[in-house]
Design a protein around this ligand. Structure first.
Ligand code: KIV
Ligand code: NA
Length: 264
């Protein structure tokens, strides 16, 4: 089994081989996804929601994300590990983006970073690429800008399509090796995927992107409350865990656990 490199992603686009990406935030799940041959793992700032319990991704810091990146890198010897740059760690200047990314590289052991934005963030992408740090872009719905975008809404509809296309092209031209497209019409995502030479990674972007990404808790049914339309559940981990906890509690109460086989 080989380690995923950037050239494999480029090769897969050329071959029309679609690939999966999942988020991961800790050692144990990273091990499972790496062993399941998921070639790329994202330590998303979605950790703000699913790990730290914030309402949005805005509050999470580099210091909160870094230990998660280190844990995922230790758990995933084959996968390409991408670290998300959190809000406030790259917008100020290309230099700020560089300083934050260097931390994820040197202290975190990440193989690439991801940042949100198209044309407006192209100087940052160019500076990182020039410094030898591979960048994954992220356009369409960008959760860190939820307040600017008017809530959790599909982007690139109608008049927005031209800006979305311009953003995706700007990300590629600035040197990114791939670009996430979130919550955009499938037809526009397909058009952009054909136009770009770098792989597109869709989330709520239809099935014609080169790759797909999902937050693992969404994919595995480990979140509570309503999930977005673009989520498909492949397991019911939350229900299983809840049932396990209740059964454990009942067995402790009845002294059915521990049994003789668990005792010394
Ligand atoms: O933070 C995240 O999980 C993401 C993906 C959903 C693309 O940015
Ligand atoms: Na993110």
């Amino acid at each position: 089994r080989r380690v995923t490199r950037l050239q494999h992603l480029a090769q897969w686009k050329a071959e029309g081989h679609k690939w999966p990406m999942l988020t991961a935030y800790d050692y144990s799940t990273a091990r499972i996804f790496d062993a399941a041959e998921i070639p790329a793992l994202l330590v998303g700032d979605s950790a703000a929601n699913v790990v730290y319990g914030y309402d949005t991704t805005v509050p999470i810091s580099v210091d909160e994300l870094l230990p998660l990146v280190r844990a995922v890198v230790r758990g995933a010897p084959h996968a390409l590990v991408v670290a998300d740059l959190p809000f406030g760690s790259y917008e100020v200047s290309p230099q700020q983006a560089l300083e934050s990314s260097i931390r994820f590289f040197k202290e975190g052991g990440a193989h690439a970073v991801k940042l949100e934005g198209g044309e407006r963030i192209a100087p940052q992408i160019a500076a990182l690429t020039a410094a030898g740090i591979p960048v994954m872009g992220h356009v369409g719905f960008t959760p860190q800008s939820v307040n600017t975008l008017g809530g959790y809404r599909v982007q690139g509809r109608g008049d927005g399509a031209d800006q979305l296309i311009a953003d995706a092209i700007a990300v590629q031209e600035a040197g990114a090796f791939a670009v996430v497209m979130e919550m955009v019409p499938a037809e526009i995502a397909a058009q952009i995927t054909r136009k770009l030479t770098i792989p597109t990674v869709g989330i709520g972007a239809g099935n014609e992107t080169d790759a797909q990404v999902l937050v693992w808790q969404d994919m595995a049914g480990y979140t509570h409350g309503k999930t977005a339309k673009f989520v498909k559940r492949y397991a019911n981990v939350g229900e299983d865990l809840s049932r396990a906890a209740r059964t454990y509690a009942a067995e402790v109460a009845s002294a059915a656990f521990p049994g003789p086989e668990h005792s010394y």
